[in-house]
Every structure is written in structure tokens, then in C-alpha cells.
Unconditional design. Structure first.
Ligand SMILES: [Zn+2]
Lengths: 862, 340
């Protein structure tokens, strides 16, 4: 809502400086998004964007003038010489190319710029820029003044022709005093829709500044014959139209609206069209009530010369009409949910004549020769208007106002105000009375309000006097039932009061000022404490993975099925968007890993080393349920070198360097998984070869807790890596890399995290260290060997650490040698060699018997 | 006897002239070695007249001790010198880079969320999380926005192909979930989580972002408590000097509704480019829980009241670290993430 301050101040008896006004309005919920200043210097303390402050109209250089004579320029066909009286002793003759001043014109009021004026250069070839007016010769005639266009003054982009002012504009008056302006652009929130009007904003200003609201008159001063019998109004669906009123204005002459009205409309952001249309717009801006003017004679003709009947009804299935923008529109349709929707239309006995509240019809439009006007002022259901406006994509000053809700009580004053303006400025005769149907009339709401409640809700005191003053300024009617207890009646322009006293409390604190609200600490009862274990554990998982050297990433949960397809066909449907923003973000993901692979690919464009993880949700539709399950997953991707090269790794240690910088492999990833399992104290963890189709069959594993798989990890299957490279350019950098990936079910893992675990006491007695080397067939896994060792070692065996795996010429083919460092320890004594020997022997025996292993035990060399 | 004295004098004089460890070793061999002069002097005792032998013996011992002591200190001196020499020559170029530590990091969004959790934990707020794919009831209707309510325009919504199912546009549906779970007990929670908006992705807007909402419900919760909570948060998060400004605003689920600004962390209110010359930065929306929302949550609005607030951690992070492009968050460029 654009609010020219001179217009606003006509309705409120206060004149707060603009910077303070902007601040008060903003704090009271009418946020001033920007300020435009026309002609005036920018007031101190007012924040105006550079492009919103035009040239300053110096009082002694830009003045109102009157055309005395327009002559032909002796040397140029397109130029004229204009003699103007601009209040100085001598008139001035100047040169102009304005197309709207013609030889022989006299008496027009124009804007005269004298030498030294700074204005936008109307002839600039390189964009909008300011230039100083200097005396110069124009085709042989010296010129040191000009008549100005709206463009030159910084008012609009209008280039063609100069501004012609109203005939009573005072000659010699500084222009800035006549039409300098400050325009506030206010963002009006949905509950402040009443402020989509000058009166609405003025009411707020009055309440905020202690001023008085002065509404414009809305009485018609002179009537012609009564309206009765000349038009009928019927509302078919009162639910959709609470009120419809028609007035008749006869004998109008279509012409431009008065210059002051056009100027105000222009400042408020509306293009002037003609007196009748401009008056309906002017009253809409003033009262917030959109109006529509029909050509009465066209309506009458459609009714066969009889009094027309206006019918407000939903469109009939398939019904069509041509709106005044020339488009033929089908007035019924199906919405996104497949429901039938019918636009609300204004019709006569022949058919629709307007799309209610949104746009008039072509057939009954006011035109140059219109003489009789049927003026519509009505109230429509905002939901219906909103749907129609959105369906046809026709937001306009009128439809936006209707779609936010307007109080039906404004219908009548707005109609009367417009009729009177048509009488004054279009030469019309207003038929006496108003034909209306008002099925939606409601009692004004009354609300009980006690100051005690205000105190309890706000934590702040209001005196009886303050409360009454604020509410009355906003036109609430107050009856004092008891000291500090009121009955408050809602004024007939508010549609937002729905929460009872809470709404009134908001009005009190909003107008009084939130700066006066104290800041206190809650003194209410402290709620019971609950821990959020799922979240605490999720954060612990993040910490563990970060400690393990991985970087956390967070990716879009919206993706496209094709990006997940290489990981295996989805077993479920996707949660799919009906209105996606792009083809890449259409479904809610089934896989976190696919997203993390995409991040890896992106980063591989500029680095070779990536170790990342994400803890995030996947979205799995569940049969028979409307909403999907949203389990959390851990996804990991590792690729690149184990260590970053370092500058002192000279050629002498090339081997060391090679092994240090070697590519990450399965066991690096497994180390991460083991760290996670260990730090979470997961019970009964084991690993077995994975069967997931997206993993390398020989280089991948499943993580099991108590025998149940909770996820898989390992090297990405080379075929899958290739499929990704084909899936799109984003994945190209994955080509030819060893990618270590994994996806784990966080919910299953967290369910297994023990509530508590206990620490193992530290023995003060020395440990006995023994190594053992075991030669087993390749088919025996390391897990089987260590299990056998543990089982054999009993309580005294406190540590089993694999430190070497050997395959080679010194042992039989098809076997491997696994070497373990074993730690024997008792918590209550120093172990004797005999005890250790005994335990060690048991291990050897077990290995030999259970695994047919060849054992080569030895005393630890350490 | 005088021979011993001469030996001692000569040996000590030579010792002072010794310049390095080799010479010191040679001196040691010459005087204190197995075939050294002192040994010879000891062997010489048999040539000393018997009555002088005792004195001679004592004297030889004294000279031996003196020379040994002198040698020991000379050795120590030489060691010290050698150390000095090596310390003087064994110098590193300390400007060469150190070995890289292989470390991981939390995403900056997680880091800031945790900061927010910590501040509110101190204020007695617990964390409550709820689903991201929601139904229209929880995202809109229970929050006082019936179908086609104009306020729905404030949230551009991703709808799914299932009627009435959408991606939550805010964490506010969690208010209903938490109230229905804990009614009629008092509540003090924050509701963090991912939200979605149907918007073009630009430097300033994203289709997916975190939100942290706060909710306090009880029998004696006042709006001044809301202000106190917000001031405490702003000062913990952005510095103890922070000032807070409240503007009236509108949300369908609060009444009264407010928008909260904080004085600019760059210019402290004087006006700069970060705050677009206003001196203020918007940090959250808030208000007193609307009676209709309390009712939907299972609380009697005549007895219970409450406040709610909601903020965008990404916006807060952008302010904190002067990040000018919101797309960095889910872009996950390691060069971005490793800066935090
Ligand atoms: Zn600033």
C-alpha cells in the first residue's frame, strides 16, 4: 500500500515528522518497506534508498506557470516558443518540444524550471541521470528555462508531454509546496487488511500519535429521481456475497479526472484512466472498498429495455465470459485436489457480466460514450475471490483487497462517496437511494475485557484510562461494567477480531508500544524434565564420526529417483511432490548414501580426498498410512589417500611415502565403523560379507548387532560406479575411483545402544604379553580365529590384537598366517608364568582342534 | 716429592689448554691412563725410602684426586660446549608447515544448532522433534489456518501427490504434537528441524532450511517472559550488549504476534550494509500462543497461556559469519565446511 503523506494527513489531525511516523508505524505492525521522496529534501533520519529520492525541486527554480502564448519556433517544426507567467514581474519565453502544447494554446498551468534547476535529463542517451539546466541556444534562440515532464521531475517514467496542472494551480507557487510528496510503501499484513486504505492507515496514525481521525464525507449532496424500479439486485448464494449495493448515476461525461485526483492516484501507484474509473479507484484507495462501474444503458439493452436485474451467483458448469482485458474465460474448473470450483459471477438475466471482485466483463464496460453508470459496491466471500484470482492469475488492487476480507459495512459509505464524486467531477446526477441486498448482516461482536487479564497475559500494567483511550482511538465502543472491566464492541470495519480478548490485548500493547513491555524471567512452574535420547544419541554418532576424521555434510532430502536407482531398485513408492521446483528435486529420498555420493562427486572436482558422512532422514511410505516413516540413516563416503603427502618425505623414504599416501581401502572404512560401534558400546557386534548389490561382492561387509544386520559398507561396486558416471554430469568425477561407502540404519543401531555400561577396573598388577601365530586355511576368517582365541583364553586373556597377516612362500599355499598379540592380566595378583602357560596352552589346543590351525606360539619380544 | 708437584702443575696446565674431546682423551691417557704418568708415579713408590712412603702415598692419592676432579670438570665443560655447538647448528625452519592432522568437523549448521540448544537448555527448554512430511491439519488447520485462509499465502508450500500431505513449511506442527503429548502439564521446549518452502533457490532463499521454534505453555506465562527469554537468547548468542526491539506482526497461530529485531552486530545500530542502514537485524518471529492453537493442543485457553517463537539458524549463521550466499549450506563444498 503506497501512502502519499499529504493524502494521509487530510484524514488525521496530526503532523508527525516522517521519520518518527515511519518508526511508529513499523513498530505497530505497518512495516514501512520503503519511502519515496518527490521534490523535497530527504528529511533527517529518514532512510530512503538512492533510487527512491528524486531531484530536489528548489523553491526559487521550480515554480507553477501559466501559458500566455504558444508560437511557432522560427527554425524548427517540432519546437514551439512558449511564453509563461511564472509569478515574476516579466513573463518568460522558453523553447519546448512538448507535444501537448500547441500553437495557439493559452491558459494552461505548467511547471516551469528556471536556469540552475537540477532535473533528470529527458534527452540523456546513457540512462537516467541528473543534469543542471543551463542557458543554451536551441535552433537559434537562447533558452534558459523549460516546462517539465513527470520524467524530468522524477515522478514517473512518463516521457511524452509535459505535466498540465489543474486550472486553479497558483501561478508562481514553488512546485515543491504544491505537489512535493513523501510516499510510504507499507507492507500490510493479512490481519491489517483494513489498512489497505487511507482511512485505515489514518486511523492507526491517529491512535499512535494522539491525533484525531477525520473521515471524508460520504453523503450525496444532490439527488435526481429515485433509483427504485430502475435496477433489481438478487443474491443467489448469500454465503458468497454478504452484501450487494447498486447506485445509479446518470448523465455523466467521460473525461479525464481532475489533475489532483490523477496525481494522487499516480503517487499511490495507480494509472489514471478516466474520471469514472479513477473515481472508483480513488474511493477504493480511500475506503478500502473496491467498486465497479457498469454502463447502465448496455445492461438495460441486454434486458430488452427493461430495468436490469443484477444476479450474484456461482458460474454454471462450463459457463464462459469475456473479461475487459479481452480474454475469454471458462468460469468453472477443477482444483488441484480434483474438486469442482465455480467462480462467483455478477450476472444479469442474459449471463455473466463480471467476475465478482476480480474483473469486469467486456460487454458492459464503461466506454467513451457512456452516460449512465450503474455503480456496484459489494462484499464477497474472500475465499471464493482468492480462488478465482489465483486460478486466473489476476491479482489487482481490487481482487487483492477482496481476497483479504473487507467488512460489509463499508459497502454503503464507499458507494455514496463515489456517487458524490461522480456528481462533482463527472457531471452526473445521482439517483436517490440505493438498491441493495444484505443477507450477511451481522451483529457487531462484543468482547468482555478485564484489565486483570491484560496484566496476566502481558506482564505489564495498563491504567483504565490508557486502555479506554487506545481502544476508542481504534473506534472500539467501550462500556465500563465495573472498575477495570469492560464490554468492548468491535467497530464496523474490523474482520480480524477472532480470538476475543487476545485480539484486544494485542491492540493495547501494539498501540502503547512494545518498547514499554518489560523483560522478565519465567516464574511459572518448571515442567518435568525429559531427555531426548534419540537426539542425544544422534549427536553422539556425529561426534564419533567427526573424531574418526570425517566431515559432516547435510544434503537435500528432495531428489530424483534416477539418482538413487544405481544403488538398487527402490522397493517402495516415493513421497512425490505435486509441485516440484525443479526436475532434480521431485521425490523425498530413500537413500542418504546417494545424496552423500553426489556431494563427494561435487568435491572431487577440486580435491582428491573426501571423507564425509551424513546423519539424515529417509522417507518411506507405509502401506495404509497417509504419512511416511522417517527413519534416520548414517551414510559414509571415503575416497582418496590415507595421509596427505608431506614435504619431508624425500626419495630416500619413497616406500614409506608410497604406503603412507596409499589409497584408502576397505579396512579404513571398517576402522571407522568399528570406532562407531565401540564408542557406542554396541553389544555383540559382528561382521560378515555383504550381499547388497551396490557393493563389491568381495570387499564389503554387513554390520550385525546380536546377529541382526543394521547396515552394509565397503567398496562401491565397479558397475554401480560406472552407472553413476552415466547418470549425469554431477557424478562424472566418481569415475575410476575406489569409493568406500556405507549406509547404516541409525534407528536400529540406537535401539541397541545400552542404557549404561560399566567400566573395567584397571589392574595394578603387571600384564603378561605373549604373541601367537596361527596358520589357517584361507577359508577361515579372522573373526573365527580371534573367537577361538578368546574362548580358549578365558578370564585371564584381556587383550587380543591382530598385528600381522602373512601369505607367502614360507607357508603352504592356500593358507595364511595370522599373528596376534595377547595380553594376560588378573585384577588381583601378578600372574605366574605357569598360569600364563596354562592359559596359552588352552588357546593353542583350541586353535588346533577347532580350526585345524598350525600354531607357533612365542614369548613376546617386548 | 717435588716431582709429584711438578707433575700436578704440568698436568693441570696442559688440561686448561685442551681444546676438544680428542685432546681430552689423550690427556686422560697420558696422565690417568693405565700406563699414564700417575700410574708410573704410583709404581715408583717402591723407589721411595721407606720412611717417606706413607707421605708419598698420601701425596700421590691427593694428586690423583685433584687430576681426576679436574678431568671430570673438563669433561663436563667439553660436553657443555659440544651441546652448545649442536644447539647452535641444529636449527629448523620453523616457518615450514606442520604435518596435517586428519580431523573431521561438524557441518556449520549442526554447530550453530548445538549452540542454540545449549542456550535454551540453560533456560530450561528441552528439545522435541517431529516429522518433516506432515498433514495439512498439523501444518495449517490446527495452527488456526483453515483451508483457503489468506495467511496460508505466507508459506509457499510443497504439496505431495497424496491429498492433504505436504512438506512442513515450519516447525510449528510440532507445537500441536508436543501439546497433545504432554497436556495438561506445563511445557517448555524447543522444536528444531528441517522445513521446506516452494521457492526459487537464490543467494537469499532456499527450498530447505532449519528452523528452531520455542514453546512455553503454563498457567502463568506472560508476554514479558517471552521478551526476557528472547533478550537472554540474543545476548548469549551475539554478545551481552545486544539490544532487542519488538515490532507488532502477524502470525495466525499467535496473538499478539511480534517480530524481533536485534541491534546490528556490525554497526551496533548506526546503520551499515548488513542491516541495510536500518541499524536492526531481524532475528525471529514470536507471540503468545493463539487460543485456538491451545485448544487444538488440548489446553483450555481460559486457564493456560503460552508463548512461541521461531527462528532460522541459517540466517543466524549467515549473520554470525557474514555468509552472503545461503546456497553454501547444502552445497557442502568442503572448502566452505572446513572454515568452521
Ligand atoms: Zn549494521
Amino acid at each position: 500500500m503506497k501512502v502519499p503523506l499529504s493524502w494521509l494527513y487530510e484524514y488525521v489531525g496530526s503532523n508527525v515528522p516522517a521519520p518518527q511516523l515511519v518508526e511508529r508505524l513499523t513498530l505497530a505492525g505497518l512495516e514501512v518497506a520503503s519511502v519515496r521522496v518527490l521534490g523535497k529534501p530527504v528529511p533527517e533520519g529518514l532512510h530512503v534508498k538512492a533510487e527512491d529520492a528524486g531531484p530536489v525541486w528548489e523553491r526559487d527554480k521550480l515554480v507553477i506557470g501559466k501559458v500566455l502564448q504558444v508560437e511557432k519556433h522560427p527554425n524548427a517544426d517540432r519546437l514551439t516558443l512558449v511564453t509563461v507567467d511564472y509569478g515574476a514581474r516579466e513573463p518568460k519565453r522558453l523553447v519546448t518540444g512538448a507535444p501537448n502544447l500547441k500553437v495557439g494554446d493559452v491558459g494552461q498551468k505548467v511547471i516551469v524550471a528556471l536556469s540552475g534547476s537540477i532535473l533528470f535529463d529527458g534527452h540523456s542517451k546513457d540512462g537516467k541521470k541528473l543534469a543542471e539546466l543551463k542557458p543554451k541556444e536551441l535552433r537559434g534562440i537562447m533558452n534558459d528555462a523549460m516546462v517539465c515532464s513527470a520524467y524530468e521531475l522524477g515522478i514517473s517514467e512518463e516521457h511524452e508531454g509535459i505535466i498540465l496542472l489543474e486550472s486553479d494551480a497558483p501561478v508562481g507557487k514553488p512546485l515543491v509546496d504544491f505537489m512535493g510528496e513523501i510516499i510510504l510503501e507499507i507492507d500490510v499484513l493479512p490481519n491489517m487488511a483494513r489498512c489497505l486504505s487511507m482511512i485505515g492507515v489514518a486511523r492507526e496514525v491517529a491512535a499512535l500519535t494522539g491525533g484525531t481521525l477525520r473521515k471524508p464525507p460520504h453523503t450525496v449532496e444532490m439527488f435526481a429521481e429515485p433509483i427504485e424500479g430502475q435496477v433489481k439486485v438478487e443474491i443467489e448464494t448469500p454465503k458468497l456475497c454478504a452484501r450487494y449495493a447498486a447506485m445509479l448515476i446518470k448523465g455523466v461525461r467521460i473525461a479525464p479526472a481532475p489533475a489532483w485526483m490523477q496525481r494522487r492516484l499516480g503517487y499511490a501507484g495507480m494509472r489514471p484512466i478516466s474520471n469514472i474509473v479513477d473515481i472508483t479507484n480513488y474511493v477504493m484507495l480511500e475506503w478500502g472498498q473496491p467498486l465497479h462501474a457498469f454502463d447502465y444503458d448496455l445492461l438495460k439493452a441486454r434486458a430488452g429495455g427493461q430495468a436490469p436485474t443484477i444476479i450474484v451467483r456461482p458460474a454454471k458448469p462450463g459457463e464462459k465470459m469475456t473479461t475487459l482485458d479481452g480474454a475469454e474465460r471458462t468460469l468453472t474448473w477443477k482444483d488441484d485436489d480434483g474438486q469442482d470450483v465455480a467462480a462467483l459471477v455478477i450476472a444479469d438475466t442474459v449471463g455473466p457480466i463480471a467476475l465478482a471482485g476480480v474483473m469486469g466483463g467486456k460487454d458492459t464496460e464503461v466506454h467513451d460514450k457512456t452516460t449512465n453508470i450503474l455503480l456496484e459496491s459489494a462484499n464477497f466471500d474472500f475465499v471464493s475471490i482468492r480462488r478465482t484470482m489465483k486460478h486466473f492469475n489476476l491479482p489487482s488492487e481490487a481482487s487483492v483487497r477482496f481476497s483479504k476480507g473487507i467488512h460489509p459495512e463499508i459497502v454503503r459509505p464507499a458507494a455514496e462517496r463515489a456517487a458524490e464524486l461522480m456528481r462533482q467531477f463527472a457531471g452526473g446526477r445521482v439517483a436517490r437511494g440505493l438498491v441493495e441486498s444484505y443477507p450477511g448482516k451481522k451483529e457487531l461482536q462484543t468482547i468482555a475485557l478485564e484489565l486483570e487479564e491484560v496484566r496476566n497475559v502481558l506482564g505489564m500494567n495498563f491504567s483504565r484510562k490508557e486502555a479506554i483511550q487506545i481502544l476508542r482511538a481504534l473506534e472500539f465502543e467501550i462500556t465500563e461494567d465495573a472498575p477495570e472491566a469492560f464490554t468492548v464492541k468491535t467497530p464496523p470495519h474490523r474482520t480480524d477480531i477472532q480470538a476475543g480478548s487476545a485480539d484486544l490485548i494485542e491492540e493495547l500493547v501494539r498501540i502503547h508500544g512494545y518498547d514499554k513491555l518489560p523483560a522478565t524471567l519465567m516464574s511459572d512452574q518448571l515442567p518435568e524434565q525429559h531427555t531426548n535420547k534419540p537426539l542425544v544419541l544422534e549427536e553422539r554418532v556425529r561426534d564419533i564420526l567427526v573424531t574418526a576424521g570425517l566431515q559432516e555434510v547435510i544434503t537435500y532430502s528432495l531428489t530424483m529417483a534416477e539418482r538413487e536407482a544405481p544403488l538398487g531398485a527402490p522397493a517402495l513408492d516415493y513421497v512425490t511432490l505435486r509441485n516440484p521446483i525443479s526436475a532434480e528435486r521431485v521425490v523425498m529420498r530413500h537413500s542418504v548414501l546417494a545424496s552423500v555420493l553426489e556431494v563427494a562427486a561435487g568435491n572431487l572436482k577440486h580435491t582428491g580426498d573426501v571423507r564425509i558422512f551424513e546423519v539424515g532422514k529417509v522417507f518411506l511410505p507405509k502401506a495404509g498410512e497417509k504419512l511416511p516413516e522417517e527413519p534416520r540413516r548414517i551414510a559414509l563416503v571415503l575416497t582418496g589417500r590415507r595421509w596427505r603427502e608431506f614435504w619431508d618425505e624425500t626419495s630416500a623414504t619413497a616406500d614409506a611415502r608410497a604406503s603412507q599416501a596409499a589409497s584408502l581401502d576397505f579396512y579404513d572404512l571398517k576402522g571407522v565403523i568399528e570406532t562407531l560401534a565401540g564408542d557406542l558400546h554396541l553389544p555383540e557386534v559382528s561382521y560378515r560379507p555383504a550381499t547388497a548389490p551396490y557393493l563389491h561382492p568381495g570387499r564389503s561387509a554387513e554390520l550385525l548387532i546380536k546377529g541382526q544386520p543394521v547396515g552394509a559398507f565397503g567398496q562401491l561396486h565397479p558397475k554401480v560406479a560406472a552407472a553413476y558416471a552415466d547418470a549425469g554430469d554431477v557424478f562424472k568425477p566418481l569415475t575410476g575411483r575406489t569409493l568406500l561407502v556405507g549406509e547404516l540404519d541409525l534407528e536400529a543401531i540406537l535401539a541397541a545402544v545400552p542404557d549404561r555400561y560399566t567400566y573395567t577396573a584397571l589392574s595394578v598388577f603387571p600384564a603378561a604379553l605373549r604373541d601367537i601365530a596361527v596358520i589357517v586355511p584361507e577359508t577361515i576368517t579372522a573373526d573365527q580365529v580371534s573367537e577361538a582365541i578368546r574362548a580358549g583364553g578365558g578370564d585371564l586373556l584381556q587383550g587380543v590384537r591382530l598385528f600381522d597377516v602373512y601369505r607367502g612362500s614360507s607357508i603352504p599355499e592356500g593358507t595364511k598366517s595370522l599373528a596376534y598379540a595377547l595380553t594376560y592380566l588378573a585384577s588381583d595378583r601378578t600372574l605366574t608364568d605357569k598360569e600364563v602357560d596354562k592359559a596359552h596352552k588352552k588357546i593353542e589346543d583350541r586353535l588346533k582342534h577347532m580350526l585345524k590351525a598350525q600354531v607357533r606360539g612365542q614369548e613376546a619380544a617386548r | 716429592m717435588s716431582d709429584l708437584n711438578t707433575l700436578e702443575q704440568r698436568a693441570l696446565a696442559e688440561l686448561t689448554a685442551v681444546a676438544d674431546e680428542d685432546a681430552l682423551r689423550a690427556w686422560n691417557t697420558r696422565y690417568l691412563g693405565d700406563k699414564g704418568e700417575l700410574k708410573q708415579a704410583i709404581n715408583n713408590i717402591k723407589n721411595v725410602p721407606a720412611d717417606q712412603r706413607r707421605t708419598y702415598g698420601q701425596e700421590v692419592n691427593r694428586v690423583k684426586e685433584a687430576l681426576t676432579a679436574a678431568h671430570d670438570s673438563a669433561v663436563a665443560r667439553e660436553k657443555e660446549k659440544a651441546l652448545e655447538r649442536s644447539l647452535a647448528t641444529d636449527r629448523l625452519d620453523v616457518t615450514l608447515p606442520g604435518r596435517a592432522v586428519s580431523r573431521g568437523r561438524l557441518h556449520v549448521a549442526t554447530q550453530v544448532l548445538r549452540e542454540i540448544y545449549a542456550v535454551f537448555a540453560d533456560l530450561g527448554f528441552q528439545i522435541y522433534t517431529s516429522r518433516e512430511v506432515e498433514d495439512d491439519l498439523h501444518n495449517f488447520e490446527y495452527l488456526n489456518m483453515p483451508p483457503h485462509h489468506p495467511a496460508r499465502d505466507m508459506w509457499d508450500t510443497f504439496h505431495t501427490t497424496t491429498r492433504g500431505v505436504l512438506l512442513r513449511t515450519h516447525t510449528s506442527p510440532g507445537q500441536i504434537h508436543v501439546m497433545r503429548q504432554f497436556k495438561p502439564k506445563p511445557i517448555r521446549v524447543i522444536l528444531p528441524g528441517m522445513c521446506y518452502r516452494y521457492e526459487a533457490i537464490t543467494t537469499r532463499s532456499e527450498i530447505m532450511f532449519h528452523q528452531v521454534e520455542g514453546l512455553a505453555v503454563g498457567k502463568h506465562i506472560r508476554m514479558s517472559d517471552l521478551k526476557g527469554t528472547i533478550v537472554a537468547f540474543a545476548r548469549r548468542m551475539f554478545g551481552e550488549q545486544r539490544q532487542v526491539r519488538i515490532r507488532s506482526s502477524y502470525f495466525p497461530f499467535t496473538e499478539p504476534s511480534i517480530e524481533v529485531d536485534m541491534d546490528c552486530i556490525v554497526c551496533s545500530g548506526k546503520g551499515c550494509s548488513l542491516c541495510k542502514r536500518t541499524g536492526w537485524l531481524e532475528i525471529m518471529g514470536a507471540g503468545m500462543v493463539h487460543p485456538a492453537v491451545l485448544k487444538h493442543g488440548g489446553y483450555d485457553p481460559d486457564t493456560f497461556g503460552g508463548f512461541a517463537f521461531g527462528m532460522g539458524p541459517q540466517r543466524i549463521t549467515m549473520l554470525k559469519y557474514a555468509i552472503d550466499d545461503i546456497r553454501q549450506f547444502w552445497g557442502n563444498d568442503l572448502r566452505f565446511l572446513q572454515q568452521f
